[in-house]
Design a protein around this ligand. Sequence first.
Ligand code: AKB
Length: 335
Amino acid sequence: MSNFANHNFKTTIFYQEMKNILVIGSTGQIGSELTMKLRSIYGNDAVVAGYIPGAEPKGELAETGPKEVVDITNAQQIADAVKKYDIDTIYNLAALLSAVAETKPLLAWKIGIGGLMNTLEVARECQCAVFTPSSIGSFGPNAPKDGTPQDTIQQPRTMYGVTKVSGELLSNYYYTRFGVDTRSVRFPGLISYVTPPGGGTTDYAVDIYYSAVKGEKFSCPINAGTFMDMMYMPDALRAAIEIMEADPTRLVHRNSFNIASMSFDPEIIYNCIKKYIPGFEMEYVPDLLRQGIADSWPNRLDDTCARVEWDWKPEYDLDSMTQDMIEKLRIKFGK
Ligand code: AKB
């Protein structure tokens, strides 16, 4: 059975209006699942998987619908795909994650901001709506750590965060100045059994499940006591789709909404996994880069505005996510 079909979406999303959607970055951690979810809602032919050479769609992502080379740093490629498929909605998922962005800051800016600018310009000319994810990484150490408000000081210390805050401002600018329908959410660390993340600060919360199911001892790069917001992928996909379907007359905010579902430190997730795999072992092997980034991020966001303005509500908590992750990874690895 397909990996994509396996996710337990507790809510059926059903929308009347047809869309033609371009997903830029369709083979990444979010894109690979979001593209399939969008195809299941809007139809296979209506969702174009944009990819860069070297990261070609495979399996059912390649087989179920159209695909095009769309490098976000190439404005012409975006414009060509938008015109060819009569696109009205762009999901812009191209980005370097936080730890990688620290090692390649110029590339992070080129993709995160140069690429976003290309996307917004095409969207302005061709009248497309645009979703561009922001992150808990858009906050810095001087934001309130617990219950971080929707509107508060955003002074990140990482290049990833700098691109995310700049992206929020740029997207709001294109909305107020040109009327481009830009919308966004600030994603927490995303946890999934389908496509592994690469180079994020929150990746440990995915890797820990892989080690547990494979029967390996886990080396945790993040210290005990370090809390970060996390979310199970089905909730994150639903958030990305629901914000784009939200009634615009209710939206006070646009770029970008705090969303939250669970916050934990390594001890809490470890003990939750141990309930289902009692022999599981973990040791701490600190990664200074990731720890420094994690220390500068909030512990837990306040997502009241998303709940009020477009009825956001997560469906998974740590325990239900853990049960599902273990079940699905056992199937994936034949354990
Ligand atoms: C990362 O760790 O870089 C991402 C994020 C929280 O934006 N998962």
